[in-house]
Design a protein around this ligand. Structure first.
Ligand code: ATP
Ligand code: MG
Length: 361
């Protein structure tokens, strides 16, 4: 069986460090590994509209931002097909058929959707489209027969829902769809990177993000203002490393060579943590170290972004081509789905012949 990746992002804002460690960096590595037959990267604008129906301008403007973030992180359109979800009508049709295979109570149990409903104050007025977006996500994944979906931990319930839909579809209509596997980050700090405010998740909607396209000065300010251990007031106080955002970020981003380069007094992260726990290590020193690491990681991304920003029409053209390619693949899967469901009436000569026979009797 072919190895195929499908993943993507909602164009609700520029991409941030959570996306980077949760999914984006991995995608680039997988792309460059050459182990996959095909890679599809989707800008999920239709999904973004499910909770932004009154603000299509925001979604429209962020499509190019997300595309620039992709290119500047090293996604390469000659190896990965980058496309825009809403331009592929086949995905909507698949969603409509899959809706019949999922119950309302099953959707209500989805923990990610539950917490997102809370976050958006949707409790009494959930848009139907938002409520059903896990089904639409199943369409996106299955339309490309994806075997592998590299995403952050919050997407686990969506992949499970997709697998259930695939099993149900295949058992009712015959083997047609492919069951995908989730691919989570290996590093546990990257599963769900917290926001700079210490909240559970860095998220565009919560305004606690460090963006890939932030200026060096923005990044520095955000790092210096980061949530740490509220009990660690004086330098000599013992400090907590668990739940301390600066240390979580160091878990996610620091590598041994960063110590050699920026903080040679310490052999590595364990020694730094130990000093902080003991007391006598100030937040400012740790934050400066984190800032140096992030600047080193982001500088090449910023430089590449500047180059791509010089040819915006070229970026749209890349998206147009990618969307065309993706559409051909989705159309093929939809044809197979219709045929499995036996709703391909006009292509089904056997159906027409047998009906003719029935009426001639
Ligand atoms: P929104 O608030 O609009 O939902 P978001 O910041 O949650 O935006 P998405 O577009 O929903 O971003 O997520 C895109 C991908 O990035 C998903 O694979 C998701 O798991 C991953 N991701 C998002 N935020 C984080 C995070 N803080 N840590 C790790 N992965 C993340
Ligand atoms: Mg999200």
């Amino acid at each position: 069986m072919k190895k195929i990746i499908l993943t993507g992002d909602r164009p609700t804002g520029r991409l941030h460090l959570g996306h980077y460690v949760g999914s984006l960096k991995r995608r680039v590595e997988l792309q460059n590994s050459g182990e996959f037959d095909r890679i599809f990267i989707m800008i999920a604008d239709a999904q973004a509209l499910t909770d932004n129906a009154d603000n299509p301008g925001k979604i429209r403007d962020n499509i190019i931002e997300v595309a620039l973030d992709y290119l500047s992180c090293g996604l390469d359109p000659s190896r990965s097909t980058i496309f825009i979800q809403s331009q592929i009508a086949e995905l909507c049709e698949l969603t409509f058929y899959y809706m019949n295979l999922v119950t309302v109570s099953r959707l209500q149990r989805n923990p990610t959707v539950k917490s997102e409903i809370q976050m958006r104050n949707f409790e009494t007025s959930i848009p139907v489209g938002f409520f059903t977006y896990p089904i639409s996500q199943a369409s996106d994944i299955t339309a490309f027969k994806a075997t592998t979906v590299p995403v952050g931990e919050d997407q686990e319930p969506m992949i499970e829902q997709t697998r259930e839909i695939v099993r149900k579809f295949n058992s009712v209509y015959g083997e047609t769809l492919v069951e995908p596997e989730i691919l989570l980050p290996d590093n546990s700090a990257c599963l769900r990177l917290p926001g700079t405010d210490g909240k559970a998740k860095m998220s565009k909607s919560l305004g606690n993000c460090i963006y890939l396209s932030d200026t060096p000065e923005d990044v520095r300010k955000k790092v210096m203002g980061m949530f740490t251990d509220p009990g660690h007031i004086k330098v000599e106080d013992p400090g907590q490393v668990e739940g301390n955002t600066v240390f979580t970020y160091l878990d996610a981003f620091s590598r041994p060579e960063h110590f050699t380069e920026f903080l040679p007094d310490y052999a590595g992260l364990d020694e730094l943590k130990e000093h902080y726990r003991r007391g006598g290590l100030g937040d400012v020193k740790v934050k400066k170290f984190l800032n140096a690491i992030l600047q080193a990681e982001l500088e090449p991304v910023r430089q590449r972004r500047k180059e791509f920003e010089k040819d915006i029409p070229g970026v749209y053209e890349m998206l147009r081509k990618g969307t065309e390619t993706a559409r051909t693949v989705a159309a093929q899967t939809l044809a197979e789905v219709r045929s499995a469901m036996r709703i391909n009436y006009f292509d089904d000569e056997e159906l027409i012949r047998s009906q003719a026979e029935k009426f001639s009797r």
